[in-house]
Design a protein around this ligand. Structure first.
Ligand code: GLA
Length: 391
């Protein structure tokens, strides 16, 4: 039974009514890492791994949640939101909190959800929870919230209720994703442009380090502080600079001696990554995946040496793909310190590359590097089930 059907079945068992069904995808990011909160560019795509919600409004103020994959439930009132030690309810309560803060009065709701986005792999299961619920509540309570506002309130849910100071990329791609397209987001203007990414002979393949990303949120916040420290310093001499997006490599190089070396390296990575992304998009326009892939390797180098958010497991997985002409590009993806590498690999080589990599990774770290071959999917949407379906 597919996941949509199983969450619907569970919902009917628990609440004895017909739910609305929503699919909310995970994401990859092709290039443009740690640039979103620096007002730069990113190039993510929604993928064919998702969280599925079965949901219906209630007439009282109670919200009854059931997390199918954990066989766990949680209940709260829309008017009384308390941070939960269980963690997972916070992503959902955070959304209700944002709706309350923006003056949208909703009733309670019943909700069952489950999915196949691997947790802790850096594929944005948290954004899928937040943006998926925001989309669902917008629909069942007829709130009339536009797509960009759904993105912003979902990001705020994570910043304010969950307490992770993430940028806007993950929630944005969750709502705006399109099949067969990557999305270039300008995180300063919040404008976007679709870039077709649909190749018969090449796939986006992820190798999961299976390393726990325990450092991720403290180091993430630390990198944000380091980037703003750089901006504050440069601003003293160049008041027109608002973010690293406004800094050119020449300006930064000229300023090198006035910055602490660590701050300089952090800023250098971000400034270079923005221009790499623009070059990568030019390469995509002419379907030059070799150039695109070599830019991915450069991104990894920068993330590892200058921004210092990689780890030995990620470095090893990237290193293993080098000198293999069937692998066009490879780099760590997402916040860092674990999670997956993203790779562009020729379809006929995926099996051999994956076998070699998993074998060598196991030998070196005694860990399984799970492989996911992904397809680019659409963003969050309503799922229709045929009228005569029997469950
Ligand atoms: C995490 C955050 C994003 C982004 C990436 C790094 O996924 O949620 O906002 O900053 O890290 O590119």
């Amino acid at each position: 039974m597919n996941i949509t059907k199983s969450v619907r079945k569970k919902f009917k068992e628990l609440f004895n009514e017909e739910p609305l069904l929503i699919r909310s995808p995970g994401r990859v990011n092709l290039i443009g890492e740690h640039t979103d909160y620096n007002m730069g560019f990113v190039l993510p795509a929604a993928i064919d791994k998702a969280i599925y919600f079965a949901i219906a409004p209630r007439s009282d103020d109670q919200c009854k949640l059931y997390a199918a994959d954990m066989n766990d439930n949680y209940q709260f009132s829309v008017d009384n939101l308390q941070f939960s030690k269980k963690q997972w309810p916070n992503y959902l309560m955070g959304v209700v909190d944002q709706l309350n803060k923006r003056g949208y009065k909703t009733k309670g709701f019943n909700c069952v959800f489950g999915g196949d986005i691997p947790l802790g792999a850096g594929l944005s299961s948290s954004a899928a929870l937040e943006a998926g619920l925001a989309f669902a509540l917008n629909d069942i309570f007829n709130l009339g919230i536009d797509k960009l506002s759904l993105v912003k309130l979902s990001q705020k849910a994570e910043n304010e209720f969950v307490g992770v100071n993430c940028g806007i990329m993950d929630q944005y791609i969750n709502i705006f994703g399109e099949r067969r397209n990557a999305l270039r987001i300008d995180c300063r203007s919040l404008e976007y442009e679709y870039f077709p990414f649909d190749y018969k002979n090449i796939s986006i393949v992820l190798f999961n380090t299976n390393v726990s990303r325990s450092l991720a949120s403290s180091e993430y916040n630390q990198r944000r502080r380091e980037c703003s420290e750089g901006v504050e310093k440069i601003k003293k001499e160049f008041p027109q600079i608002q973010s690293l997006r406004d800094v050119s490599i020449d300006l930064l190089t000229g300023y090198k001696n006035k910055l602490n070396p660590v701050i300089y390296r952090r800023c250098k990575y971000v400034v270079e990554e923005n221009s790499r992304l623009l070059n990568a998009c030019d390469a995509l326009k002419v379907h030059d995946l070799k150039t695109f892939g070599s830019l991915m390797y450069q991104t990894h180098e920068g993330l590892s040496k200058d921004f210092e958010v990689s780890c030995k497991e990620l470095d090893f997985l990237v290193e293993l793909t080098k000198d293999n002409p069937e692998v066009y590009g490879s780099r760590m993806m997402g916040g860092g310190f674990g999670g997956c590498t993203i790779n562009l690999i020729e379809n006929n080589a995926i099996e051999t590359v994956s076998k070699t990599i998993t074998k060598m990774y196991k030998q070196k770290f005694n860990l399984e590097a799970k492989t996911y071959v992904t397809n680019i999917s659409g963003g969050t949407s309503i799922v229709m089930i045929k009228e005569n379906a029997t469950i």
